[in-house]
Structure formats: structure tokens, C-alpha cells
Design a protein around this ligand. Structure first.
Ligand SMILES: C[S@@+](CC[C@H](N)C(=O)[O-])C[C@H]1O[C@@H](n2cnc3c(N)ncnc32)[C@H](O)[C@@H]1O
Length: 223
């Protein structure tokens, strides 16, 4: 998500006056560091990653606000959090995970009678917009898991390629497209079911960023 920081993420967080942010999927923590450096002392940042490649204690010490690191998967953590102002979603890139992350965030907001957090989702275009990736395939219930192989992908090819391609080391769904497959499909299914109108903005660069916000929250912000 790092390349989106200046052009999209920072301006959106500022416009939304986001004080409580959850980051799902932090990897090396590059993006987390930008958040730590930007958010003020009145901010609260929750970072969720089962296998971080950085030291959360170091981040906690550096951050002036409230920092909570969750060494766990998103589905175990999101229902326990207070409502968030913004959610950066860049963890496991498959339909089951993302659809339920969105649902869980919505359920928490609904219970508190507040607007949905502004959602910023990475990997909504090729290769994972319409194709599942599984960091840990066994975590996904079988009925929601596409057949997958550790083989690479090429643009315009629905099937995985026998040699080379992108991300051949990852567990990628064998076929691109169809129901319950990919991050953008999860976003669309969530929007179709959500009770209130949502504004969706897609940035089709660097594997895709999609921003979702409630229309009512946007209108209020403009007043
Ligand atoms: C693509 S990387 C995140 C990159 C990071 N957002 C950045 O901009 O640098 C995906 C991360 O998600 C984590 N992850 C995988 N499954 C997850 C899950 N179910 N919940 C939360 N994080 C998960 C992985 O451990 C990995 O560190």
C-alpha cells in the first residue's frame, strides 16, 4: 500500500479526520511507520498481522498515541474492537477473508449506531481482484476455498501458468473469475448487501486500491 500513501491514503485519512485506525496486514511495517509518523497523540492505531516482519514493541515505543498490535488474524480481532474511523485492508487477499472483514467492521459500527469506517482496500485489481490468494489455505473453510496451486499468473490468462508468472510461490486460485473469487468480488458482494448507499472509488494502479465510504458520511463531511 506504500505507493498510495501520498496520493490517496494520507489525504483520505486527513479528510475523514480519522483518529481511530485499524491496519490489517502490515508485513514489514513500512506503511505502519507512515501512520505512526503522521497521526497525532490523540490517535489510536490497531495493527493486525499474524506474522509481522518487524518488532511491534519498537513501534509502540515510537508512537505518541495509543498503539495496539494484535498478533492474530483479522477475523479474531475485528469483532472485539471499538468502531473505527478508517480501516486499511491488506491482509489475506481472498473472497472469504475480505468479505467477512467488511461484514465484521460493519457489524461493529452498526451496533454502536455510527457510520462505517472509511475502507481502503489494496489488491482490488489484477492479479487478486478476481482471483483468490491464500496465505494459509487451511484457515479458509473448504466450502469457500477455490482449488489452488503454487503457480504463477499472467495478465489475460484465467488459468495459472506452468512456469514463471507472478507470485508462483503463493497459493493462487487455479482459475480467475466467477463467484466468491477475489478481493473486488468480495467488495462488490458486500456493497450489494449493505443497507446504506456507499460511494466506491477505484484507483487502477499498483494492483488496485478501492476506497469505500458511506454516502451519508460524505455529505455530512461536506456541510
Ligand atoms: C501484502 S502484505 C501487507 C503489506 C502492507 N500493508 C504494506 O503496505 O507494506 C500482507 C500481510 O497480511 C498478513 N496476513 C495474512 N493473513 C492475514 C489475516 N487473515 N489477517 C491479518 N493479516 C494477515 C501477512 O502476514 C502479511 O504480512
Amino acid at each position: 500500500m506504500f505507493p498510495f500513501w501520498k496520493v490517496a491514503i494520507e489525504p483520505v485519512l486527513r479528510a475523514a479526520n480519522a483518529r481511530r485506525i485499524v491496519e490489517i496486514g502490515a508485513l514489514a511495517g513500512e506503511h505502519t511507520e507512515l501512520l505512526l509518523d503522521t497521526m497525532g497523540e490523540d490517535a489510536e492505531l490497531h495493527v493486525i498481522d499474524p506474522v509481522p516482519q518487524f518488532d511491534p514493541d519498537e513501534h509502540r515505543e515510537r508512537f505518541g498515541g495509543r498503539y495496539v498490535f494484535h498478533r492474530d488474524i483479522s477475523h479474531n480481532v475485528l469483532p472485539r474492537l471499538e468502531p473505527m474511523d478508517a480501516a486499511l485492508i491488506d491482509g489475506d487477499h481472498n473472497w472469504y477473508t475480505v468479505y467477512h472483514e467488511l461484514r465484521q467492521l460493519a457489524e461493529v459500527s452498526e451496533r454502536a449506531a455510527v457510520a462505517l469506517p472509511v475502507m481502503l482496500l489494496h489488491d482490488t485489481y489484477w492479479p487478486y481482484g478476481r482471483r483468490d490468494l491464500y496465505y494459509t489455505p487451511d484457515r479458509i473453510p473448504q466450502e469457500f476455498r477455490q482449488p489452488f496451486q503454487h503457480k504463477g499468473m499472467r495478465p489475460g490468462r484465467r488459468k495459472l501458468v506452468p512456469r514463471g508468472g507472478l507470485n508462483p510461490q503463493m497459493a493462487n486460485a487455479e482459475i480467475e473469475g466467477g463467484e466468491r473469487n477475489g478481493v473486488l468480488t468480495a467488495v462488490e458482494d458486500f456493497i450489494a448487501e449493505f443497507v446504506w448507499p456507499l460511494r466506491r472509488l477505484d484507483l487502477p494502479i499498483y494492483f488496485g486500491l478501492t476506497i469505500l465510504v458511506e454516502e451519508a458520511a460524505l455529505a455530512e463531511n461536506l456541510e
